[in-house]
Design a protein around this ligand. Sequence first.
Ligand code: URA
Length: 233
Amino acid sequence: MTLVRLNKHIASLGIASRREADVLISDGKIKINGKVVTEMGVKVNPDIDKVEVAGSVAKDREKLIHIALNKPKGYVCSVKATRQDPKTVVDLVDIDERIYPVGRLDKETTGLLLLTNDGTFVNAIIHPSSESEKEYEVTFPQQIPMGAIRKLEVGVKLQGTRTLPTRVKKIGPAKIRIVLKEGKNRQVRRICQKVGYPVKTLKRIRIKGLKLGDLELGEWRYLSKDEVLGLKS
Ligand code: URA
């Protein structure tokens, strides 16, 4: 079981920096499993604990930015480059405003990634209670049988917790589309591995009602007002 400091977890959700998260905690704006927590240094299990951020950081006087990017392989979903991971998704979007990714795609995963500076938008998409649908196209190095697909559909036990059921469509002998309503760390890779079929390639093609569409790898665009409203609802 991996426990993470609460301020680090909030920062990884893209809602606030670690320092801003400390202020939210001491102001009583954070709940863990329904209870307000004000002590510093509390740890959570991101796979199990429900962390809620009250009235996430308002950006009323700033320009709110909402971007869709087709993430290429080799880029990490972080705002800070490191020596080990020098390429970040934020580098692909050449604008002046500070933005951050909405949730994460693994370094080797491609496809639809949202970037923003709007905490309410982030919350509406990644908060576990939103059960936002995310759809992925998955390929395998070998054919995947219906038996394994059925197991993915009913949910898989990961570290003692059963994942929510998924919808799966087989679109080729070694290719599926899978729809998830939760976003545990590396969930698609882990559930596929668990049923005996490790993933070859993984691409996210939809978040809620928003499809990747024809954005080229590495290309990005601003979302329309209607798209933002749709994702927030
Ligand atoms: N599931 C994964 O395994 N990886 C991702 O990047 C997204 C979902």
